[in-house]
Design a binder for this molecule. Sequence first.
Ligand SMILES: O=C(O)CCC(=O)C(=O)O
Ligand SMILES: [Fe+2]
Length: 337
Amino acid sequence: MSPPNLYLPLIDLSSTDRASLAQSIRQACMDHGFFYVINHGIDDFFVNSLFRESKKFFDLPLSEKMKLERSKDHRGYTAPYAETLDTSSKFKGDLKESFYIGPIKDSLNQWPSKESLPAWRVTMESYYEKILNVGFRLISLIAIALNLDENFFTKIGALDSPMAFLRLLHYPGNPLNYYHVKSDSVILFFFLWPLIEVDLSIGEIHESDKGKYGASAHSDYGMITLLVTDGVPGLQICREKDKSPQLWEDVDHIERALIVNIGDMMERWTNCTFRSTLHRVVAVGQERYSAAFFLDPNYECVVECLESCCSETSPPRFPPIKSGDYFEERFRLTYSQ
Ligand SMILES: O=C(O)CCC(=O)C(=O)O
Ligand SMILES: [Fe+2]
């Protein structure tokens, strides 16, 4: 295993020294907002079956996938170019296609039929439970890292039926195959590169930075995100978003490690002590699969500056906000471009 270019701390969940783990997490969250997690207890077997089933879905014809188009509850399929994570971008839409699975105990999720993909639902549900469990363990370490009771986030109700979403992602290898033209309600896909040269006067050509970004620059909305990838590179982070020009650093793949990052809610809670770092996925000309698990608080939970993160000299920077209100606004911006 070659050492990563960008040094991100490795958090070894098999360690019993919770105080030292929490200290490393604190440092990682202040310096990068990103860290690796090893020995998390999710067997390779589950990750491999997650990617195998994910691929089976994304391999279906677009018309089949669109039958499960993302609902108002944010469950289901989003086609390439449906999302613009970088809401300031002049380009429209990201290259990726994705599938959202929300809390598995409610009945709002959409599933491919058992006839077409018999093992799909059970695979996703099983991975969801396992990764949720790792998320809970990390949140408790994060509470310690913030000098709080290890059950702090449970006690304030954040983890009471948390709004945890598993998002399966597929980045096409050849972006040119996915040029997408949108005209009012009509969406046409062109699968032949030469056609792009034709001046199409209907609608708008969605160039998505000419296919440069699988996912454009963004920060995640919630508490923490736990990511697994198939090892294909592309993920980059920018630690100083206001610096010009921005410096983007590659996040290397480490076999069997999860990549964990802090989201905007946690940044608000911690009064920016912990950083919600800008990141993106650049297209590397290779097909790529990943699965991001967003562990976000219960929508009723009020996110307000933690006592351990403010003082007279460092007053709260954000007003308290109900988690559900915050998410609705962020989702609206992401999909309204
Ligand atoms: O696919 C990846 O590596 C990152 C995905 C991501 O940042 C996201 O879905 O928010
Ligand atoms: Fe992200």
